[in-house]
Ligand binder design. Structure first.
Ligand code: B12
Ligand code: SF4
Ligand code: SF4
Length: 228
């Protein structure tokens, strides 16, 4: 156990000194069947998932009114680079220690028809205790609400595992009503992915944004305890 704690602290220090805002670890067992496009024998050999979050710039997010901005587009790209870069640094450190690591891309879609990445960073972050799944279908942190982006590294480096947070949105409903597509509902399970995607497709065309981004539901959520 001492070794797991020590390894955990080493990685956390690297992540924080690389600019990350949150760090947590989950076991991969419960997530295995949700991982796509990676050989089962590779997944079986990597029992831990490290979840990293980077806090977005409040001012960039607050500048978003009713559509994604060019400023947000740049921020989105830079944050993805930093997340991917930090995942690489952790991978390199782990390999130099004689173990294996596999960084999952921050924002790569591998199945366009069903809009899926290799695995859900939100699900990993939830299991690793970074936050919970909110009404807006995003990972909500107690610290900064939805204003974070995420990345994951799978590894066999022995690590202490975090507990899931026993928290939720409670009575907060601030994000319902802000969505221009009407995709956010009372129950997170009713979130309308298709309506959201159609709106992002429109934004892409109307505002010359070469990615499916929006940011309005990210702006709306600073967590349940903070009034906006
Ligand atoms: C493809 C994609 C999209 C697609 C939607 C795909 C989809 N159906 O989810 C589109 C283009 C529409 C999209 C939109 C957005 N995205 Co996007 N997207 C992705 C990407 C690349 C893959 C997601 C994926 O594989 N989804 C597949 C489904 C099955 O997984 P899931 O939605 O996570 O849901 C599962 C779990 O949540 C789990 N679950 C866990 N807990 C619970 C609890 C309950 C009650 C239930 C029912 C289920 C459940 O069950 C679900 C089914 O398996 C991820 C990066 C990644 N690899 O994770 C980013 C990601 C999810 N996107 C992100 C963001 C921020 C956005 C946008 C705000 C756009 C923007 N940047 O401005 C919007 C938000 C829309 C919204 N409110 O959900 C962030 C989320 C950060 C956060 N704080 O949560 C991610 C993680 C990227 C990142 N690196 O940070 N996205
Ligand atoms: S704004 Fe409130 S209801 Fe919506 S996701 Fe955030 S905490 Fe949950
Ligand atoms: S990304 Fe935009 S369209 Fe999609 S749920 Fe959030 S606010 Fe609605």
């Amino acid at each position: 156990m001492e070794e797991e704690n020590k390894n955990y602290s080493l990685l956390k220090d690297i992540a924080f000194s690389s600019g990350m805002s949150l760090f947590g670890v989950a076991r991969v067992d419960n997530l295995k069947h949700k991982i796509m496009g990676i050989s089962p024998e590779i997944i079986d050999s990597l029992p831990f998932a490290i979840s990293l979050a980077f806090r977005l710039s409040d001012k960039v997010i607050e500048d978003i009114k009713d559509h994604p901005t060019q400023l947000y587009l740049h921020h989105y790209r830079q944050v993805n680079y930093l997340l991917d870069r930090t995942a690489l640094l952790l991978t390199d450190f782990i390999q130099k220690k004689g173990y294996q690591a596999l960084p999952i891309p921050a924002s790569q879609v591998i199945d366009w028809e069903n809009q899926k990445g290799h695995l859900s960073h939100k699900l990993v972050a939830e299991q690793a205790g970074l936050g919970w799944m909110g009404r807006n279908n995003l990972l909500i942190t107690p610290e900064w609400g939805a204003r974070v982006r995420l990345v994951t590294v799978l590894t066999d480096f022995p690590l202490k595992v975090d507990k899931k947070l026993e928290r939720g949105c409670g009575s907060c409903k601030k994000c319902i009503g802000v969505c221009p597509a009407g995709a956010i509902k009372e129950k997170r399970e009713d979130f309308d992915h298709l309506a959201c995607f159609e709106r992002l497709r429109k934004f892409r065309k109307e505002y010359n944004i070469p990615h499916y981004i929006c940011g309005i539901c990210v702006k709306a959520c600073q967590g349940p305890s903070i009034e906006i």
